[in-house]
Write a protein that binds this ligand. Structure first.
Ligand code: G
Ligand code: G
Ligand code: MN
Ligand code: NA
Length: 253
């Protein structure tokens, strides 16, 4: 009850903000894009990690106003960066299953794009295997509508949950994000095989493959050898405050 009213209070009082973690193209060393991640400065006192309230927000339905805030703010910020000449290909936003299941989700996203002036091809929505909707056809039609409007879809945390190749087979996905759990254990033979195989499947399907949670040079070299182009992780950068993005964006390593 306390958490619920605190989240509502936070939304009304600008306690939520976004940080942006760069995704870098390994072969050009240029920024590919940014993943928007929510942060909550609760009562102005301390930053609460999303894992401490996103599941609760999903259960209580508060994820709907929270998600709308995230989507609007990420699109607004991305449009502002583009206008200032800060180059990137995509800004990605995490979408919870409950958000996708809203009847007017697609129209809400379109409205936000029109309102903020962000061209649809710059927006990528990250969904997880948890969107295993009871109705795969409904999910398919929502994602197809988004895709037809020019929005990209990423399968997030791939390999961590109930990884389902049926999703890769049937859903209109642009991007496959390999879960970070494998990255710091990549030199165990099994993980090496798993990661290189996921990369190969993704690339063969024509998907953009993103390695998440990359922290070391060794992993970078491994990914290069296996032609995984896009990397996200502490090796390049932790999630950044919006004001620090323009400087990072100039980085050429
Ligand atoms: O940024 P951090 O590592 O603390 O994120 C922890 C988890 O919270 C990740 O699984 C991430 O996908 C999720 N998360 C972060 N920001 C958002 C958001 O804006 N919406 C949703 N639905 N999940 C988010
Ligand atoms: O589930 P999702 O992929 O959306 O979560 C992204 C989260 O992963 C962010 O909260 C971010 O803080 C965290 N993260 C990003 N890069 C790294 C990394 O290199 N190592 C670890 N351990 N966590 C990371
Ligand atoms: Mn994500
Ligand atoms: Na992930």
């Amino acid at each position: 009850v306390r958490l619920e009213s605190d989240i509502r209070f936070g939304l009304e009082n600008d306690e939520f903000f976004l940080v942006y973690q760069p995704k870098v193209n390994l072969f050009t060393n240029k920024v590919h894009g940014y993943e928007a991640l929510i942060r909550w400065n609760r009562k102005g006192k301390n930053i609460i990690p999303p894992n401490d309230y996103i599941p609760f927000a999903e259960e209580t339905g508060l994820i709907i106003p929270l998600g709308r805030y995230v989507l609007h703010e990420a699109c607004r910020q991305a449009a502002e960066w583009l206008q200032k000449g800060i180059a990137f290909d995509t800004v990605s936003v995490n979408i919870s299953p409950a958000e996708l299941e809203q009847n007017d989700f697609v129209n809400n996203v379109k409205d936000i794009l029109l309102e903020t002036g962000l061209p649809p091809q710059y927006l990528e929505l990250e969904i997880t295997e948890n969107v295993l909707m009871k109705n795969l056809n409904k999910l398919l039609s929502i994602l197809t509508e988004l895709k037809n409007y020019g929005i990209r879809i990423a399968m997030d945390d791939f390999g961590a949950g109930f990884s389902n190749f049926r999703y890769l087979s049937e859903l209109p996905i642009h991007t496959l994000k390999i879960d970070s759990m494998f990255m710091n254990r990549i030199f165990e033979r099994r993980n090496e095989v798993i990661v290189s195989s996921i990369i190969r499947i993704g690339l063969s399907l024509g998907l953009e493959v993103v390695a998440e949670g990359v922290e070391t040079e060794e992993v970078i070299q491994f990914l290069k050898r296996h032609k995984c182009k896009i990397v996200q992780g502490f090796y390049y950068s932790k999630p950044l405050n919006a004001r620090d993005v323009p400087d990072f964006n100039l980085m050429v390593k």
